[in-house]
Design a protein around this ligand. Structure first.
Ligand SMILES: NC(=O)c1ccc[n+]([C@@H]2O[C@H](COP(=O)([O-])OP(=O)(O)OC[C@H]3O[C@@H](n4cnc5c(N)ncnc54)[C@H](OP(=O)(O)O)[C@@H]3O)[C@@H](O)[C@H]2O)c1
Length: 226
């Protein structure tokens, strides 16, 4: 499938790499490809530059958010929470219309330091803000509750027997995302219902960041035992 991945950070790269390995045709979206390619230093997390990463992933093409969205039969949002609505606007409503938009972003607000708070919560969510911004897209929230290393390789922790959530208003779109999750290796997938349930999975980040501090690693997940 042709997939546009919006975002060049750890999540965008991990998803682009994993989806390429599964045989998908990926265009990675950024604000300004020339400016992104001109960055040579490792990013703030010590990741190699995007240019270095692309050398190791020659099948992935870097383009604008708009070109990446146009390319995709499906689009993945892996942009920072505070940049997501701008990124989606740049991607363009027409380029997202009718398409599955898998939203992995979290509305983390680091302005007061760590742990971050949420810039939207309780009665709204980033996923719902995206859905309102591009009503014709079919937004599905998933994968935002795990670190990238677990996201694309559930077996990396606990033998893979742990839980990932999906929610969204369009059953067929959720089915497409669930298929992709299964291809990646996810087995315990809980469909929470409509997109308002993203309020729950985004607010879960409040405990996720504290678990990360306590455990000293982002490589963990929860298992919902019924
Ligand atoms: N890191 C994880 O393990 C993890 C796990 C689950 C969910 N998430 C969520 O996934 C998202 C991506 O996280 P990340 O760690 O990969 O990277 P990130 O640093 O949060 O986001 C990087 C991307 O956001 C774009 N961006 C930043 N500000 C923007 C703005 N004002 N307008 C438009 N685009 C903007 C950047 O564009 P350029 O390419 O132009 O620089 C870049 O592509 C976040 O929402 C995060 O909370 C992260």
């Amino acid at each position: 499938m042709k997939i546009g991945v919006l975002g060049t950070g750890a999540v965008g790269r991990a998803m682009a790499g994993a989806l390429t390995a599964l045989g998908h045709d990926i265009v990675l979206g950024t604000r300004d490809p020339q400016r992104t390619l001109a960055r040579t230093a490792p990013d703030r997390r010590g990741q190699p530059s995007v240019a270095e990463w692309l050398k190791e992933h020659p099948a992935v093409r870097l383009a604008t958010f708009s070109e990446a969205a146009r390319h995709g039969e499906m689009v993945v949002n892996a942009t920072s929470g505070d940049g997501t609505l701008d990124a989606v606007e740049s991607a363009g409503e027409a380029n997202l219309a009718g398409k599955v938009l898998l939203d992995i972003a979290n509305p983390l607000d680091f302005s007061q330091g760590f742990p971050p708070s949420l810039s939207v919560c309780n009665t709204d969510s980033l996923a719902e803000q995206i859905q309102r911004a591009v009503p014709q897209a079919r937004v599905v929230k998933s994968l935002n509750t795990v670190n990238t290393s677990v996201m694309v390789d559930p077996a990396a922790v606990g033998g893979g027997d742990h839980t990932i959530f999906v929610c969204g208003n369009d059953a067929e779109a959720k089915g497409t995302v669930v298929g992709l999750l299964r291809d990646i290796g996810w087995r315990d997938i809980i469909d929470l219902g409509d997109l308002s349930n993203a309020r729950g999975t985004e607010m879960y980040l409040s405990i996720w960041v504290r678990l990360m501090s306590t455990l000293g690693t982002p490589k963990f997940n929860v298992k919902v035992v019924r």
